[in-house]
Design a protein around this ligand. Structure first.
Ligand code: IPM
Ligand code: MG
Length: 367
């Protein structure tokens, strides 16, 4: 039995997770994976019920599971809340409590969607980038932090960028290992010309490289990287970077593919399940999109592809994972599109119908 904690969260999170669980049930049946799903509240919906975005019961469920499937959290309803209970704290709490320091965010441009990109076809055609984002350090967690009152009545806001050698070493190793299984090219992104913290980042990544001489390593400043991503994205294979830079660059990389609604992610740490696989959290990189929530127009593909990553990394089911990937590809090739990736001449479908089509395609695929 493999236990999956299901956290739909807020906004479109609920809709895209519902479709994804249906898809997981289909592969479960097809491959007899004996998956067990348990749902709980996180984010704003948890706050409404328990006055905290990450109730102990939800955290415990996550800790007792082989994998976590998460939709998205947040929305204008909770924007006025104190930082300590904002929906986003649930995400950050889960990441740190589960020790999920490595966040893998693949940005793949599907041939069928080349036209959906806002960039020229020749720029984005064939793009296949993996962003490896450090997820439990940096200004996201560094101390001191907060807003202080000064004696003259003004205020001072503080966040601290911090990285230690072991934190950099472990994420660098993950990135080199990922690169080794791909095209053996790693770009480490920092701001070493200004920030001492990332000068250390560069030094440590360079040191770890000694154990990975088969992988080509180059360093790039983050401002240059953000430019290169839209100038010539095909130069990148794997990008490794800090938490904040990774947050920003992964959104940018996502748009190369035409829609942020297409991009999955996996967050992994060093904890292993009883079957020896890494326990991970899987979520789309998009947010809760409150403006389109409840309208059956959100694209469920990012979350469905996150479930595919879950099957591959945490549930040891490569076949079920590639079934999902192929089904998504086929459905796109057959011309089905949600609103975010729609273009003239294609078949416009809603969230539910897209989920159903992908599920049906999986059933039709041969093993
Ligand atoms: C992401 C999101 C989160 C982050 C927010 C919602 C806290 O933007 O997963 O990229 O900044 O990490
Ligand atoms: Mg983000």
């Amino acid at each position: 039995m493999k236990k999956i904690a299901v956290f739909p969260g807020d906004g479109i999170g609920k809709e895209v997770v519902r479709e994804t669980v249906e898809v997981l049930k289909i592969v479960d049946k097809k491959y007899k994976l004996s998956l067990e799903f348990e749902e709980a509240l996180v984010g704003g919906s948890a706050y409404d019920e328990y006055k905290t975005p990450l109730p102990d019961s939800s955290l415990k469920l996550a800790k007792d599971s082989d994998a976590v499937l998460l939709g998205a959290v947040g929305g204008p309803k909770w924007d006025g809340l104190d930082y300590s209970v904002r929906p986003e704290r649930a995400l950050l709490g889960l990441r740190s409590e589960l020790g999920l320091f490595a966040n893998l965010r693949p940005a793949i441009v599907y041939p069928a969607l080349v036209q959906a990109s806002t960039l020229k076809k020749e720029i984005v055609e064939g793009v296949d980038i993996m962003v490896v984002r450090e997820l439990t350090g940096d200004v996201y967690f560094g101390k001191p932090r907060g807003v202080e009152k000064l004696s003259d009545g003004s205020e001072k806001g503080i966040n601290t960028m911090v990285y230690t050698t072991p934190e950099i070493e472990r994420i660098a190793k993950v990135a080199f290992d990922v690169a080794r299984k791909r095209n053996k090219k790693l770009t480490s992104v920092d701001k070493a010309n200004v920030l001492e913290c990332t000068e250390l980042w560069r030094k440590v990544v360079t040191k770890v490289h000694k154990d990975y001489s088969d992988v080509e390593l180059n360093h790039m400043y983050v401002d240059n990287c953000s430019m290169q991503l839209i100038r010539y994205p095909k130069q990148f294979d794997v990008i490794v970077t800090t938490n904040l830079f990774g947050d920003i660059l992964s959104d940018e990389a996502a748009m190369l593919t035409g829609s942020i609604g297409m991009l999955p992610s996996a967050s992994l740490g060093s904890r292993l399940s009883s079957s020896g696989s890494p326990i991970g959290m899987y979520e789309p990189i998009h947010g809760s999109a409150p403006d389109i929530a409840g309208k059956d127009i959100a694209n469920p593909i990012a979350t469905i592809l996150s479930a595919s990553m879950m099957l591959k990394y945490s549930l040891n089911s490569e076949k079920a994972s590639s079934d999902i990937d192929n089904a998504v590809l086929n459905i796109l090739n057959k011309g089905y599109r949600t609103k975010d990736i729609y273009e003239d001449g294609k078949k416009l479908v809603g969230t539910k119908e897209m989920g159903r089509l992908i599920g049906e395609e999986i059933l039709n695929e041969k093993r």
